[in-house]
Design a protein. Structure first.
Lengths: 55, 302
């Protein structure tokens, strides 16, 4: 283990802003992409159901 | 006749055996995590080969691909989740502090995998787009379309995390260096591909126009890759060189590769999910899609 305490871990040797923002933005992109895909899938299924009902 | 089943099985076994052979004959337990990951991915791929049809061309129809992709997605999603947890553990708990850059170097564990994926995805996108153009195959074009947004996201992340790394190390968020500029061009290529395809109403025409753009833009990929060699740039050289032992600590190297493999699995999972969405959207008037949508919304999973 590299860290003496949790606060040392969060501090990242003084580079907390750069390190955590990098990882945070990456996580945010992943979460956003997964949610967006879920919504897109639901929307597509809804549309098709609507089209099928019109027949 | 080529059997898709055997190709996937062979590829899986090859990856798994490579992992095992590296442990036994090359690096021993030095990069054990990486090799175990390779064995895991290879074994999963070999196991998944049963979902494919023996007939090579049958797999290329959207109707056959849709359920196959549905079966593959959980495998890749789980592999991504396991690898990302282990990768983050190595990145933050195991990998030592860098003697020059302190803790700031830890950005490497997202920056390098994101940058690699941006290039890999572009080449894969151009490959599928080109194949779609040559064979006039809808599914290939759909795969290219499914890859583009994820490629754009990883390119943006490579640029942003790079700039967050550049600020404390170089003293600036951005320089017009060859590596940074060519990666920015890659982002514009992805965005251009997406914009071009969505601006053309006829999907088959959009596929062809997008394919041409993707194929022309592929020259940018070797430029990105070799930019640090061809020009003297501020950006540091490649982290990994073929035929040379990695210069960094074994655990740093391991963390980077595990994260790259995790991003790779994630990319496959989300691309398959998006490809399924695109199939639904584009084939919405065909009978099987209508049947499927009614079945899925009435509760049954396909």
């Amino acid at each position: 283990m590299q860290w003496e305490s949790w606060s040392a871990f969060f501090n990242m040797g003084g580079y907390a802003f750069y390190v955590w923002l990098s990882f945070g933005l990456t996580a945010l992109c992943v979460i956003w992409e997964v949610i967006a895909l879920h919504n897109r899938n639901q929307a597509a299924l809804r549309l098709i159901k609507l089209l099928a009902q019109q027949d | 006749m080529m059997s898709m089943k055997k190709i996937i099985l062979g590829l899986g076994l090859l990856i798994a055996l490579t992992g095992a052979a590296l442990i036994l004959f090359v690096t021993g337990t030095k990069y054990i995590g990486v090799h175990v990951a390779l064995i895991l991915i290879g074994a999963a791929l070999a196991r998944q080969s049963r979902y494919f049809d023996d007939n090579f061309y049958h797999n290329a129809s959207p109707q056959a691909f849709y359920p196959t992709a549905g079966l593959l997605i959980p495998w890749f999603a789980w592999l991504a989740a396991v690898l990302v947890i282990y990768g983050l553990y190595v990145s933050f708990a195991i990998a030592p502090t860098d003697f020059q850059q302190g803790e700031a170097y830890r950005i490497i564990f997202v920056h390098v995998p994101a940058a690699w994926m941006s290039m890999v995805i572009y080449v894969a996108m151009a490959f599928w787009a080109g194949l779609g153009l040559i064979l006039n195959a809808r599914l290939s074009a759909m795969m290219a379309q499914a890859l583009a947004p994820t490629g754009a996201i990883f390119t943006l992340l490579a640029l942003v995390t790079g700039s967050l790394w550049g600020k404390p190390m170089w003293g600036t968020y951005w320089v017009w260096d060859a590596r940074l500029t060519s990666e920015l061009i890659l982002l514009f290529l992805f965005l251009g591909f997406i914009a071009l395809q969505s601006s053309i109403d006829d999907p088959r025409k959009a596929d062809r126009a997008g394919a041409l753009l993707a194929l022309v833009g592929v020259v940018n990929v070797p430029i990105i890759y070799f930019s640090v060699k061809w020009w003297s740039t501020l950006h540091q050289g490649s982290s990994i060189n073929m035929g040379a032992a990695p210069k960094m600590a074994a655990t740093m190297f391991e963390g980077m590769i595990i994260m790259a493999l995790a991003f790779w699995m994630y990319t496959i999972a989300v691309t398959l999910i998006r490809a399924r969405c695109i199939i639904l959207e584009r084939e919405r008037n065909s009978g099987w899609v209508k049947e499927l949508a009614t079945r899925e919304s009435s509760g049954a999973k396909s």
